[in-house]
Ligand binder design. Structure first.
Ligand code: DAK
Length: 254
């Protein structure tokens, strides 16, 4: 399908999604989020795509579109349609990498938090300025941020609304890597991941995502079920046989 607020390019088994509302610094409006939702649905069903990069030219996203929110009633705010899409991205069965340049603020940074890995430019400006609008992050930020960087650092960022650049963001664990060209770096990594065994990646992600939510014993059980299940896949046989036969494995996702 064609999109108006995002641009998608598929190459080498990687889908690159460009947020594309440059005039408003890629502020996320409901149309853009609906398109993201559709795009992730299509990518999930496309076996050719094995990894995803989300980015925005010049800016990642300066938050949810404030003009969409200013007059919401509490009921309408409750129904604000980001959470399901963001959860879909966080639980997406293929790796998702955020390539961040410029502003990644509020809902924009919450979107980046849903990605598996964040690669940022040193000049990127990231934060949660919602407090300055009389609200706080409501698209998973109060839950994902402390899990990622720790409770007190998360409180400081959310309470102050301060923006941090790449260096401090890396130091506090808000991003994983700095790169001169985050998109190039993200695509390189995505292409590498696209060559790995897709089912093993998917199940590893499921296990790791559950680690923040369940106790160690339960997590161990989830791991054991997922790990042993891999021995029903052709890719497990292929990976191990390739090692023994001293050749490169070719994973088919079966
Ligand atoms: N919404 C709408 N328009 C925005 C925008 C935003 N978030 N950010 C920027 N723009 C627009 C500006 O209004 C301006 O438009 P024009 O005046 O040219 O028409 C244009 O983009 C360029 O921005 P500036 O002229 O302001 O550019 P500057 O370089 O001077 O400043 C800035 C850049 C990023 C510092 C500034 O634009 C700014 O402070 N923007 C707002 C950042 C912000 O507060 N973000 C958080 C928004 S609240 C939920 C789901 C989602 C959310 C919450 C709950 N649920 C599911 C429950 C999310 C909430 C948020 O993200």
């Amino acid at each position: 399908m064609s999109y108006e607020n995002i641009i998608i390019r598929n190459e080498n088994n990687v889908a690159v999604i460009n947020l594309n509302r440059p005039k408003s610094l890629n502020a996320l409006n409901s149309e853009m989020v609906a398109e993201l939702d559709k795009a992730f649905g299509e990518i999930a069903a496309d076996p050719e795509v094995r990894a995803v990069v989300i980015t925005g030219e010049k800016n990642f996203a300066a938050g949810a579109d404030i003009t969409n929110m200013v007059e919401l009633s509490p009921e309408e705010a409750r129904a604000f349609a980001f959470t399901a899409t963001f959860n879909k991205i966080a639980d997406f069965p293929k790796p998702v990498i955020a390539a961040i340049e410029g502003f990644a603020l509020g809902g924009g940074m919450e979107l980046a938090l849903c990605c598996d890995i964040r690669i940022a430019a040193s000049g990127a400006k990231m934060g949660f300025p919602e407090i300055n609008l009389g609200i706080f992050p409501g698209a998973g930020g109060t839950q994902r941020l402390p899990r990622l960087i720790g409770v007190s650092k998360a409180k400081r960022l959310i309470f102050t609304g301060a923006m941090v650049k790449g260096g401090p963001a890396l130091e506090m664990g808000l991003v994983d890597t700095l790169a001169e060209n985050p998109l190039e770096e993200a695509v390189k990594l995505a292409e590498e991941l696209a060559g790995k065994a897709p089912i093993a990646l998917k199940l590893a992600k499921e296990c790791i995502n559950s680690a923040g939510d369940v106790d160690l014993q339960t997590g161990g059980k989830i791991e054991a079920i997922n790990w042993s299940g891999l021995f029903a896949t052709a890719d497990q046989r292929e990976g191990m046989r390739a090692f023994i036969e001293k050749r490169k494995p070719v994973f088919t996702g079966k």
